[in-house]
Design a protein around this ligand. Structure first.
Ligand SMILES: *Cc1c(COP(=O)(O)O)cnc(C)c1O
Ligand SMILES: [Zn+2]
Length: 405
């Protein structure tokens, strides 16, 4: 021990951690859970567990400008990610996606500051990579060897890829009409893919049973605490891009809602870290397809939970989620942000996909294109103003859906 460390107070010596994660907390009843054990969701009230960090201590030791100089990628934010030992980070190069100014389409819509956060450049062609990188890394750290997921498509492909890289076994339940690319990308990295005649909600039931019977770890959306942590980094990236001020409006295609809930959590964390220049928070807009719109319907009714959407149907397979496990959190965050929820017809989101491609050269996933269709509606309603900073999320590549459209 050096002279200096003898004289250093304990709190200050406990600095410079790879992660400032402290514990897990139930988003329903507030109960605290230890990070030492493997947890799924709260056994008491069946709500999602979220990760807490010692942000007071992080605030003293973290320098946002130093983080900006690190090697690009999601893991440069490791202090606010849930992996203790850097050796457990499983990465394929996710994160630090482009934030593209959308001048020409913006002009057509009468908007001066329109952007697309271009998530299709993530590994496996969608932003699911971020969440699964975090979840598989943490699973590895906790000694998990087998991961299972029910998926509408992209989450399965991402989980399979990260599991392969981590040397884990993977099993995937997906509807038999999931885009072909999702099946191929999962199988080629070694996942066992089970196609079912049903929706993601049916797949979830089957994966849950399999997990219990054979000891697979279930990484279903919001049924484990860590996927949302990877997704929240999109919020950190936005703040950094905009010079530590947040945009006015974020338009997000919502299925399970990890990105929306994750980013809202990130904004709160950054406030506690003292990183944000002001109190301005974006209005969060959840976009769903008219053929599966539990969130817009609940929003209209000012409800706290969603009703299960019967006969869900849309080409935007990632939005075919009849009821998110974290519907309460999605709705809470929309209300708290003074946001809204919009449903768009498949015909309109496909038209928007074409427009974004022609005008800007972006071949968006149908889910991502849905945000443009929703924006048109919000412009018509004068819900957005001409000079507001508006960010659309293109969550995946159109190339993954060639058999469906
Ligand atoms: C999964 C998915 C979504 C929905 O994301 P959530 O975070 O689950 O709401 C949107 N777009 C694409 C391309 C997806 O794969
Ligand atoms: Zn609880």
């Amino acid at each position: 021990m050096t002279m200096q460390s003898i004289n250093t107070p304990l709190e200050i010596r406990a600095e410079k951690r790879n992660s400032y994660m402290t514990n897990l907390q139930c988003s329903g009843c507030g109960k605290i859970y230890s990070i030492e054990q493997i947890h799924t969701f709260c056994p008491d009230c069946q709500s999602t567990l979220l990760v807490n960090y010692d942000l007071k201590s992080a605030r003293q030791h973290l320098d946002r400008d130093e983080i900006a100089r690190r090697l690009k990628g999601m893991w440069r934010w490791h202090e606010v990610l849930p992996v203790i030992d850097p050796a457990n980070q499983v990465t394929l190069g996710e994160g630090d996606t482009a934030l593209l100014p959308i001048k020409s389409l913006g002009e057509t819509l009468g908007l001066t500051q329109l952007y697309v956060k271009e998530e299709s450049s993530n590994p496996t062609g969608s932003f699911k990579a971020r969440g699964l990188s975090a979840a598989v890394s943490r699973a590895k750290e906790l000694g998990i060897k087998k991961v299972i997921i029910p998926t509408a498509g992209n989450a399965g492909g991402a989980m399979a890829a990260y599991a392969a890289r981590a040397g884990m076994q993977s099993m995937i339940y997906m509807p038999n009409d999931t885009p072909h690319a999702n099946i191929v990308e999962s199988r080629i990295v070694g996942a066992e893919v089970i196609l079912i005649d049903g929706l993601i909600s049916d797949a979830a039931g089957m994966a849950g049973i399999k997990a219990r019977e054979e000891g697979w770890f279930d990484v279903s959306t919001f049924k484990e605490p860590y996927r949302a942590e990877g997704k929240k980094i999109m919020g950190y990236e936005l703040a950094e891009h905009f010079g530590w001020e947040l945009p006015d409006v974020i338009i997000y295609p919502t299925g399970g809602g990890t990105g929306l809930v994750g980013m809202w959590k990130a904004f709160k964390e950054m406030e506690e870290l003292g990183w944000l220049k002001n109190k301005k928070r974006p209005r969060m807009v959840a976009v769903q397809a008219a053929g599966c719109a539990p969130v817009p319907l609940a929003f209209q009714k000012k409800a706290e939970f969603c009703d299960f959407w019967v006969n869900a149907q849309t080409v935007a397979s990632g939005l075919r989620v009849p009821k998110s496990f974290a519907d309460h959190l999605i709705l809470h965050d929309i209300y708290e942000s003074n946001g809204t929820a919009i449903a768009v017809e498949d015909a309109d989101l496909l038209k928007a996909q074409n427009e974004l491609a022609i005008a800007e050269g972006i071949f968006a996933a149908p889910e991502g294109a849905a945000t443009l269709a929703a924006l048109k509606e919000l412009v018509a309603q004068k819900w957005v103003h001409p000079d507001e900073k508006i960010v659309l999320f293109n969550t995946g590549s159109g190339l993954k859906y060639l058999d469906k459209n």
